[in-house]
Design a protein around this ligand. Sequence first.
Ligand SMILES: C[S@@+](CC[C@H](N)C(=O)[O-])C[C@H]1O[C@@H](n2cnc3c(N)ncnc32)[C@H](O)[C@@H]1O
Length: 301
Amino acid sequence: MVPLPLRRVLAGPPSGGTPVTLPNGMRIRHWQKIETNFLYPEIFGADSVYAKGDFIEFRPGAVIVDAGANIGMFTLFAARQCRGEAQVFAFEPIPTTFSVLAANAAAANRGDYAAAMDARPGASLTVHAINRGLSDTSDEVIFQYHPNFTLWSTQDAEFARQRLDRFVSDVAGMIRVLPSRLGRIAVRPVVAWMGRTKTVTVSLVPLSSVIEEYRLDRIDVLKVDVEGAEVAVLQGITAQHWDLIRQVVLEVEYFATKDRVVEMLEARGFTTSWFASERERYGAVQSEVCMVYAWRAEDRP
Ligand SMILES: C[S@@+](CC[C@H](N)C(=O)[O-])C[C@H]1O[C@@H](n2cnc3c(N)ncnc32)[C@H](O)[C@@H]1O
């Protein structure tokens, strides 16, 4: 008989997640501590990647698309930056992760976070949680779902494999007391746990179909963090819809993808900037994670 706490670890959290209070006072539902503790500073912290350089402006009344919403941390951040007045379309394809996002979206729509968002009087917030992935096609595809580290779930099995290799080597490199070969041996079981995958069938949709379905006349901020599907998300926007998109913030995992994305965005009239930490930029680690920011110069007086 497997003892209860171990059974809980093996089974993962229940559908819909469990409650937790974030340092900013929002009582949300989450999947597990390890991911929330990692995400919170990246999104809500003083050095938030979404506030860096003030490249992206969030204004009350904004229409926001969150591609790769996970449990909704960026969605809540964006809504707070808009002082609780926004319409957010949050896409998360993995059903169990989506169940947590849906619970947080419902709480946001009820006004549960109005105080933590310093919402303006009469502000109205609508979060549409959508259980689909964004891409360049409408299709049903197999995803690699990581139940122990949902942030890594991806459509691309090769991308998942390469990321694990890079991660092992970068984390092993941080264990300075061990030679790197021993460091790798020490890190492998933890990474194997984080990298465990299940396959799930998910449904994809191009952003242009969403724009038409909801009759959107603008998207003030398009955020994309989709584990290797960034280019496909941008390719899902047809020529007649590009002008509706005013700002883009994207996380990419490879410098080559960053170059491609920057080229695509500049060809559509955006001014761009990008950021990677010094460790990534100067090759101290194998990771090449970086952020791309894009805006339209005519929107900035
Ligand atoms: C790193 S997490 C995003 C974290 C994020 N910055 C946030 O707001 O919390 C990436 C998420 O993207 C989802 N995902 C992967 N491919 C996707 C796609 N094509 N469209 C939408 N979401 C996707 C994954 O299931 C995962 O939950």
